[in-house]
Ligand binder design. Structure first.
Ligand SMILES: O=C(CO)[C@H](O)[C@H](O)COP(=O)(O)O
Ligand SMILES: [Fe+2]
Length: 222
């Protein structure tokens, strides 16, 4: 069964405590925290002090998506702030292997993300150091974009490769443009975790979470 990670990017920060409470009531287990540096991506979002503060208010999985150039510089701070999974971009690291190793040495699970146009085969050499592969289904940097359908094929290829090469424990996460219309396509391709932000925070949060989980788990492959 696929699960949902809720991206905070589209939350209303003026009433964040209330919105986190609604996520808890909807039994959301994964919180996806998008960290943007204004360099690897054009936007700036939030850093590790926010992660540390959020940790007091949410006890589920902290899935921290670092859209940072050379993230190795900040792994320790994010780990100490309460991250569970730290995902770095393959495109942003001079030494991907050292960065993944350092995440694990700091006591976190290691995620490896690729942009929509990066061939999925580029993650294969790092799978032995990776707990999760994140396939971006939009260009990183902004919430509320449309799902890029060509990435679905990459997810299928990755799913098959993981199963055929003894990497069944490596999770696949897709991120960007997940809504009621795209959730099933992403889940059917083999994704374990679907990130959604803008589709969760418009209207009734609890209802949106429920509907997204329903949509992704009507998969024929479940
Ligand atoms: O990493 C991201 C953007 O770079 C976000 O996680 C992603 O866009 C989620 O937001 P939405 O569901 O609105 O697309
Ligand atoms: Fe993200």
């Amino acid at each position: 069964m696929a699960d949902l990670a809720v991206s905070l990017l589209s939350a209303d920060f003026s009433c964040l405590e209330k919105q986190l409470q609604e996520l808890k009531e909807a039994d959301v287990k994964w919180l996806h925290i998008d960290v943007m540096d204004g360099n690897f991506v054009p936007s700036i979002s939030f850093g590790f002090p926010i992660v540390k503060t959020l940790r007091k208010a949410f006890s589920g999985v902290f899935d921290v998506h670092l859209m940072i150039q050379e993230p190795i510089r900040y792994i320790k701070e994010f780990a100490e702030s309460g991250s569970d999974m730290i995902t770095i971009h393959l495109e942003a690291c001079e030494d991907v292997e050292a960065t993944l190793r350092w995440i694990r040495e700091c006591g976190c699970k290691a995620g490896l993300a690729v942009n929509p146009h990066t061939p999925i085969e580029e993650v294969y050499p790092y799978l032995h150091l990776t707990d999760m592969v994140l396939a971006m289904t939009v260009q990183p940097g902004f919430g509320g974009q449309k799902y890029i359908h060509s990435v679905t094929k990459k997810v299928e290829t990755l799913h098959k490769y993981l199963n055929e090469n003894g990497f069944d424990s490596v999770l696949i996460e897709v991120d960007g443009g997940i809504c009621l219309e795209t959730a099933l396509e992403a889940a059917d391709a083999g994704s374990d975790i679907l990130v959604s932000g803008s589709s969760v925070f418009k209207g009734n949060i609890g209802q949106n979470v429920h509907d997204l989980l329903e949509a992704m788990n009507h998969s024929e492959k479940v």
